[in-house]
Design a protein around this ligand. Structure first.
Ligand code: OSB
Ligand code: MG
Length: 369
């Protein structure tokens, strides 16, 4: 394949409902959309870097800069036998995985479309539907939290994740357990605690949680290993797994028993597959995380989630939880049994609505070989 043109767009979409994590509350989402072309066929990728550098050090502005100045010159006009060659072709650029992933994932979409195959088939996935869970942010009150959980369970979602932070943890989990019963439940701290909080976090053990996601800081692999020795709840790492190598170290040190895979965090689909395979070799189950994606990134996530070691429900949920309308039509929907069918058309298999993209676009740039 030969990428002849890259179109970059900065978009902003209002969220249907605010989303609050230990980083703060947000009401809209800014992200980049990457379109690439070869002989009239296009591929789409969504860059999950946010307007701020809180979840990761990348932002929409750094991704725009890195794609324009460094990634585009390395990929435009160059012949690639397969999209899995792209990540290593960008080796000179240190980090900036979200920027790399956006271009790499667009190339996978293009490659699959050129062959008339669903992206799943070229990624090596097998499922025709994926199991869906939800991520519920910090709310204004425990009553509101319990109400949100009940609404999402009624929609069919197979597991519920609630965000926690100091001051919104034991009481929040306790309220959900008391009012919603023994549902599949987990927590995500987004790095809000330190090893000194081990005793406090151990108080969550009695709630029989599926896992505790990223309790400590994003590079505290050794501290997570020590924490895991002090709590019974399995630790799942998100932010810390920014490379396949970091996952190898985390697994070797016993820092996690489960891994959340987000292709943006590790540099795209090819690195996600390597991470998925590494985890499988070590008996570590994985699930697909979410970054409040539009339908385009969401469709990519659905296809990747069809690989066999994605054995736990992920954070890939229905469009209507995030954007109304989404950039795609029909939107992604969850069935009452908590599954999402895999789009069976070529590539990511979803239809984008150009007018909705135009409406949400703040700036555009075209790059050619
Ligand atoms: O930590 O998994 C996270 C959203 C943005 C950044 C980080 C995270 C999240 C979520 C939401 O938990 C997942 C989603 O619903 O897309
Ligand atoms: Mg997380």
């Amino acid at each position: 394949m030969r990428i002849e043109r890259i179109e970059l767009r900065l978009l902003r979409l209002p969220l249907v409902r605010f989303f609050e994590t230990s980083f703060g509350r947000v009401h809209d989402r800014s992200f980049l959309l990457v379109t690439i072309d070869e002989d009239g066929t296009t591929g789409l990728g969504e860059c999950v870097a946010d307007a701020n550098p809180y979840y990761s050090s990348e932002t929409t502005d750094t991704a725009w800069h890195i794609i324009t100045e460094f990634i585009a010159p390395l990929v435009l006009g160059r012949e690639f036998g397969h999209p899995r060659e792209i990540f290593s072709a960008l080796r000179l650029i240190r980090g900036h995985n979200m920027a790399k992933a956006a271009v790499e994932m667009a190339a996978w979409d293009l490659y699959a479309r050129e062959r008339g195959l669903p992206l799943r088939d070229v990624l090596g996935g097998t499922r025709t539907a994926i199991e869906s869970g939800v991520s519920i942010g910090i709310q204004d009150s425990l009553e509101q939290l319990v109400e949100r959980v009940a609404i999402e369970r009624a929609a069919g979602y197979r597991r519920v994740k609630i965000k926690i932070k100091p001051g919104w943890d034991v009481a929040a989990v306790s309220a959900v357990r008391e009012h919603c019963g023994n549902i599949p439940l987990m927590v995500d701290a987004n790095a809000a605690y330190g090893l000194g909080d081990a005793g406090h976090l151990a108080a969550l053990d009695r709630f029989d949680l599926m896992m505790m996601e990223q309790p400590l800081d994003y590079d505290d692999i050794r501290d997570h290993a020590q924490l895991q020795q002090q709590i019974r709840t399995p630790i799942c790492l998100d932010e810390s797994i920014h490379t396949v190598h970091a996952a190898d170290e985390a697994i070797a040190l016993g820092a996690c028993r489960i891994i959340n895979i987000k292709p943006g965090r590790v540099g795209g689909h090819a690195e996600s597959i390597r991470l998925h395979d590494l985890a499988a070799e070590h008996g570590i189950p994985v699930w697909h995380g979410g970054m409040l994606e539009s339908g385009i990134g969401r469709a990519h996530n659905i296809h990747l989630s069809t690989l066999p070691n994605f054995s736990l429900p992920g954070d890939v949920a229905a469009s209507r939880r995030y954007y109304a309308p989404d950039l795609i039509d029909p939107e992604i929907d969850v069935r009452l049994d908590g599954t999402i069918p895999v789009p069976e058309g070529p590539g990511i298999g979803v239809h984008v609505v150009p007018s909705r993209i135009a409406e949400a676009t703040l700036k555009t740039l075209e790059l050619r070989a």
